[in-house]
Design a protein. Structure first.
Length: 265
């Protein structure tokens, strides 16, 4: 597991910190937004809209949560006895309000019994969690004329946060893959941004080619692009290959990250 080593503004924190649930509300049938608060969240190191947050959960329901107290957190976690070692997962910050010491994380409910999904389904005000700021990668170069943002449910927090932070004159094409229309959420978009929801309509997550089919038929603008592609690993690599090989976009203008990998059952 890699740990970000990017320099951070003095006074900001890049070690695990405690937080507790303020609210847990459903956005769609399979997406919940959990608002957290904590004494140190005003110093949570926020670097960009795809801000990675490691979350730390107690090893079992009802167990006490123990956190490492150093920026060298991963060796410390590994050294903990099994019965107290926290569960660590990766999520993206949807919103940080440092002044109010509030942080939102959107959790996809996979229905697979995973510890983070199960925790998010039942998390109630006062429940404790650990959070850690661990870097961000979304960084359009200054010469960017237009952006292409592509992802699935797991990339929605990063992409929607990026869209809502765009300046009023920005130009962007956004493709977001979800199960169906009931999984769409409200997103504030500047006038020059086109957001298209792509539905799998019965296909499992990671089992649809709707993104690449749509992209192949899409007329892209002239000018210098920046592409941000994230989500299921095969979808991400297929889109990157299409953009660089078929569309001739330079590789250094395409950021891509596989957040998860579909495994056929």
């Amino acid at each position: 597991m890699s740990v970000s080593t990017m320099p951070v503004e003095a006074g900001l924190i890049k070690r695990p910190m405690f937080a507790e649930v303020v609210a847990n509300r459903p956005l769609t049938p399979h997406l919940r937004r959990i608002t957290l608060t904590g004494e140190e969240l005003d110093r949570f190191a926020y670097e960009g809209p795809d801000q990675l947050a490691r979350i730390f959960l107690a090893p079992a329901p009802g167990a006490e949560l123990h956190l490492p107290h150093s920026e060298q957190w991963w060796p410390a976690v590994q050294a903990m006895p099994d019965e107290v070692r926290p569960i660590v997962r990766n999520y993206t910050v949807r919103r940080l309000d440092a002044a109010r010491r509030e942080l939102d994380i959107d959790f996809v409910l996979h229905g697979d019994g995973g510890p983070a999904s199960a925790w998010a389904y039942t998390a109630a005000p006062g429940d404790r969690i650990g959070v850690l700021s661990d870097g961000a990668e979304y960084a359009p170069p200054v010469d960017t004329d237009w952006q292409l943002l592509v992802g699935d449910e797991t990339a929605m927090p990063a992409i929607t946060a990026a869209v809502e932070a765009l300046p009023p004159d920005a130009r962007a094409i956004v493709l977001l893959e979800v199960g169906s229309a009931e999984h769409e959420i409200e997103v504030r978009t500047p006038v020059g941004v086109t957001l298209t929801w792509l539905h799998r309509d019965g296909a499992p997550a990671g089992g649809s080619d709707v993104v690449i089919r749509t992209l192949r038929e899409l007329a892209l603008p002239a000018g210098t692009p920046y592409a941000f592609v994230a989500g299921e690993s095969t979808m991400v690599t297929t889109v990157r290959r299409h953009l660089c090989t078929d569309r001739g976009i330079a590789k250094d203008r395409v950021y891509f990250c596989g957040y998860w990998k579909h495994t056929a059952h």
